[in-house]
Design a protein around this ligand. Structure first.
Ligand SMILES: [Zn+2]
Length: 630
């Protein structure tokens, strides 16, 4: 294969690799960098005083530093990518060498080249004269040549880019968005990290907003570094003798306080003196801030910086607080908030949910079906000698209430045929069609039932096919990553029974994130403090019996759900299938929510007529020849 080094341009490369000027990247930027209006909210000459925290990062990227690897785990709008561009342009100008800029995909690489790099080159006359106006040979969006060097802008999803790239300086941007594998080559981060450079002074610069904790590349690199945090001086107590840490502190989200619903009232409270600090102090605090390493001496320089440090005029504390309020209890939105604003990874694994935690959450229901429940669903798991079931109630925003769980014993290998329904299935019908009582004594019935057809499939299809009019369906879990929780049913079984394939990965993830929600409301799971309902220690252990762990398949990493040894995981499966059931009923839930919201206001009290209609819970009287126990 023709590699980068074979290109004629590289002949005699080492002869050009000359003595290093003493200027740091930050100094160079102050004198020669101009920010283009295309990519910057503050176009014009680069000023280090605007983002003082980037100075030390650029110092580590300078030829005078011995550091070979720099990693920055960051929130949005802190200017880190501009620091990377400063490094590249400074090198083109003063110390030419080969560069690779790696973006998550070829598409994002081209976009980066066009929107951020090219305008920056055009505005810097010292560099533009060397790279040329884009007309020279070897000059395109993906490749730019200059005397003594070359920059290649590639996508981490392209094995060819990774295999043929020059191992000089590397800027690996947004690394948490890289694919897990670049074709046969494997993990792109590993390829970049492990291949050593032919150039003794080459450096690697990793940048990213983190994603999921267990698979975040940048969080891993940061944890395995000297871990520097930017400490700010409190305008009120810094310099006062005896203040802990000299009155310096790391700016964390927990230090911000505001009146709920009024993000404009936000202030940061000094952890030492407790005084409120308004955001206008930030410019001065950033200027006098300092990086402090938690793990000094480590060969990799690691920096953590959140959007809370973003300079005035970029992202404000008020906007961050508003993002937080807007996210509410929505798990996906909270994850995005943590990643993009706080620069922190999201911990989605179930291992932090302990049984004691669930135990503490149990509550006394006022009645069998607590107020707020609008629909009941049921899930059934078929075992060799029993049917396990779980009934759940659902309200606004999929807030849910565990209602009843239990097992019905019987030999499940016995087939169901016309006129011959084994007792355990009959008993299941009894529970499935019985009334559950609300506080006012009215009954509520199960709206949809999902029966796991992963085992004894033929029996299950017979059972569900005959009861489809009552919204009783067969269901199967599919662990294909990213498969949606609910899909349209297929009918490819022998008796053409409707069959739902449920994306178990996503469902389990959602359930485990929801189990961590602390306040009742959308997404919250309620559990009854009453063992008669069947919810005992064994149920809770089963519910949290799985963990997401890293596995390596064909040389690259992915996350998979695994069951704890010896634990029964039926309760988790039942929770998954109930989720599929309510997703099937989502239009009904939305409609009932609107009705419920409109009648629960005191000006329009609940009357028997105005109660949420239960019409769709009605059981069809004739059951395709199957006699139900009435
Ligand atoms: Zn203070």
């Amino acid at each position: 294969m023709k590699t980068f080094e074979d290109k004629p341009l590289w002949k005699g490369f080492f002869s050009v690799f000359k003595a290093l000027p003493e200027m740091s990247v930050a100094d160079w930027a102050e004198y020669r960098r101009v920010l283009p209006s295309e990519s910057s909210s503050m176009p014009g000459p680069w000023r280090n005083e605007r983002t003082p925290y980037l100075v030390e990062i650029m110092k580590e990227l300078s030829p005078t530093s011995r550091t070979k690897e720099v990693a920055i785990c960051k929130g949005h709008q802190v200017g880190a990518t501009e620091a990377a561009i400063n490094w590249l342009l400074c090198s083109v100008d003063l110390q030419p060498g080969p560069f690779l800029i790696l973006q998550p995909t070829i598409k994002t690489a081209k976009k980066f080249s066009k929107q951020r790099l090219t305008p920056s080159i055009d505005l810097c006359k010292y560099v533009k004269g060397k790279i040329g106006g884009g007309k020279k040979a070897g000059n395109s969006l993906e490749e730019k040549a200059f005397p003594g060097g070359y920059v290649f802008i590639g996508g981490a999803n392209s094995p060819a880019d990774l295999a043929s790239m020059p191992m000089g300086n590397i800027i690996a941007d947004e690394i948490d968005r890289y694919p897990q594998s670049a074709g046969k080559e494997g993990d792109p981060i590993k390829i970049v990290s492990q291949r050593s450079s032919n150039f003794p002074r080459a450096k690697k610069f990793f940048l990213s907003t983190p994603t999921l904790k267990a698979i975040s590349h940048i969080w891993k690199l940061f944890c395995d570094s000297d871990r520097r945090y930017y400490h700010l001086p409190c305008p009120h107590c810094c310099g006062i003798e005896g203040q802990p840490n000299g009155g310096y502190f790391v700016l964390e989200f927990e230090l911000l306080h505001w009146d709920r619903g009024k993000p404009e009232t936000v202030m940061c409270y000094c952890p030492h003196c407790g005084t409120g600090i308004e955001e206008y102090h930030k410019t001065e605090m950033l200027k006098n801030g300092k990086w402090v390493a938690e793990n000094p001496g480590h060969e990799r320089a690691g920096f953590h910086i959140s959007s809370l440090y973003s300079p005035l005029g970029w992202k404000s504390w008020k906007e961050i607080v508003k993002d937080f309020e807007d996210a509410g209890n929505d798990v996906e939105a909270r994850k995005v908030f943590m990643n993009t604003n706080l620069g922190l990874p999201w911990d989605n694994a179930g291992e932090q949910i302990a049984e004691e935690y669930l135990d503490r959450r149990k509550e006394q229901y006022a009645c069998q079906v607590p107020p707020g429940v609008l629909i009941l669903t049921m899930a059934v798991d078929v075992q060799k000698d029993r049917l396990e079931y779980l009934v759940m109630g659902w309200g606004k925003g999929e807030e849910s209430w565990a209602i009843e769980t239990g097992a019905i014993y019987g030999d499940t290998s016995v087939m169901i045929s016309k006129g011959n329904v084994p007792d355990h299935w009959k008993n299941l019908d009894l529970i499935r069609t019985k009334g559950f009582y609300r506080i006012d004594g009215t009954e509520m019935r199960i709206g949809c039932t999902m029966v796991d057809a992963g085992y004894r499939s033929d029996v299950v299809y017979e059972y569900t096919k005959a009861r489809e009019r009552m919204k009783v369906f067969a269901v199967r879990g599919s662990s294909t990553p990213n498969k949606p929780i609910a899909n349209k049913p297929s009918r490819n079984t022998k008796n053409r029974a409707a069959m739902f394939y449920v994306g178990t990965d996503q469902a389990k993830e959602l359930i485990y994130s929801r189990l961590k929600i602390e306040d009742a409301g959308p997404g919250y799971y309620h559990f009854p403090n009453d063992e008669k309902t069947g919810f005992n220690a064994s149920f809770y252990a089963g519910l949290i019996s799985e963990k997401k762990i890293e596995v390596f398949k064909r040389g690259f990493k992915r996350l998979e759900w695994h069951k704890d040894n010896h634990a029964r995981n039926e309760p988790l499966d039942l929770a998954v299938y109930n989720l599929a059931a309510i997703r099937f009923m989502e239009k009904d839930l939305a409609r009932l929510t609107i009705q419920y919201e409109s009648i629960k206001t005191p000006t329009n009290p609940i009357t028997p007529e105005a109660k949420p209609t239960q019409r769709h819970f009605k059981i069809a009287p004739k059951q395709n020849g199957i006699t139900l126990n009435q």
